[in-house]
Design a protein around this ligand. Structure first.
Ligand code: SF4
Ligand code: SF4
Length: 279
């Protein structure tokens, strides 16, 4: 089963939920798809055994052949190439590696080479977690390329927990696309409800079953809970707004470290989810 953990905005406790679920279940594959800001390793403390580069094709320009006609810059929709005077200027962070500039150059002045845009790190966390994370190189906008590289390591016949990037844009959609179920983590505030509604629309469109975890329960109002009850959306868990939990979090410790009774609560979430999964 592939179980993704998502949230409409950052800072709602998505990684807290994903990590504590993995530690409670014990035996699973954990995938950190939040490749722009991966932080699950801070809590799971994996012993990283293998690091693999993620590469993509980038163009380079042969100055001695180029006649500065500007066709490459005209073609590039991402503004990754500009021509100033008789010189081609390339902005690698903006390049999507489409290879178009190579095709349109009439002089054959564009070539390609592999460049590193990120890394996949693989390791092991106690008690029995196969840990994988994507790590996008700062400045590069190739989030999905790194996520696609992670996709290749998804195992079969094991529980897979995916820590998704926040929001509802393409990287989140890519992360949840193969999920059997998605946990949406939110806060009981008007902003939390607003972001939750957007996330629900995305999952409905994709036909993915979902349930809600309300984090920092007690800080706002009842609107999220009332909405879920009215619309028969399962509230899987409410995590109280607790300063002690926050202190453990800031030290990279889990909720189970704080209070082992959370293990049973997260195990129960999994039992509830299994009733609703699509396969
Ligand atoms: S490979 Fe594509 S995105 Fe990159 S510079 Fe060339 S045209 Fe632009
Ligand atoms: S299209 Fe080719 S020849 Fe024209 S500016 Fe670009 S690299 Fe130079």
């Amino acid at each position: 089963m592939i179980l993704s953990v998502a949230s409409g905005k950052g800072g709602t406790g998505k990684t807290t939920v994903a990590v504590n679920l993995a530690l409670s279940v014990g035996f699973c594959q954990f995938m950190d798809y939040d490749v722009e800001a991966p932080n699950a390793a801070f809590f799971l403390k994996p012993d990283i055994k293998h690091i693999q580069k993620v590469e993509m094709k980038h163009p380079y320009f042969l100055k001695e052949v180029c006649n500065a006609c500007g066709k490459c810059a005209e073609f590039c929709n991402f503004n990754a190439v500009a021509v100033a005077g008789d010189e081609v200027i390339f902005f690698p962070e903006l390049c999507h590696g489409c290879g178009g500039c190579l095709l349109v150059c009439p002089e054959g002045a564009v070539r390609e080479k592999d460049v590193e845009i990120g890394k996949i790190k693989k390791g092991f966390s106690k008690p029995g977690i196969n840990f994988y994370m994507g790590d996008l190189k700062p400045g590069y906008m190739r989030t999905i390329s790194v996520q696609a590289a992670l996709d290749k390591f998804i195992e079969k016949d094991i529980l897979i927990i995916i820590d998704c990037p926040p929001g509802t844009s393409c990287p989140m959609v890519f992360s949840v696309k193969d999920s059997d179920y998605c946990i949406l983590v939110t806060e009981p505030t008007p902003y939390g409800l607003n972001d939750l509604l957007i996330s629900i629309e995305v999952l409905k469109d994709m036909g993915i079953p979902y349930g809600v975890i309300i984090n920092r329960d007690g800080i706002g109002n009842d609107e999220v809970e009332n909405y879920c009850r009215k619309n028969n959306i399962k509230i899987l868990l409410k995590i109280p707004n607790d300063m002690e939990v926050a202190k453990y979090y800031s030290r990279g410790e889990s909720m189970l470290d704080y209070d082992i009774s959370w293990k049973g609560k997260f195990e129960n979430i999994l039992k509830e989810i299994k009733k609703d999964v699509r396969k």
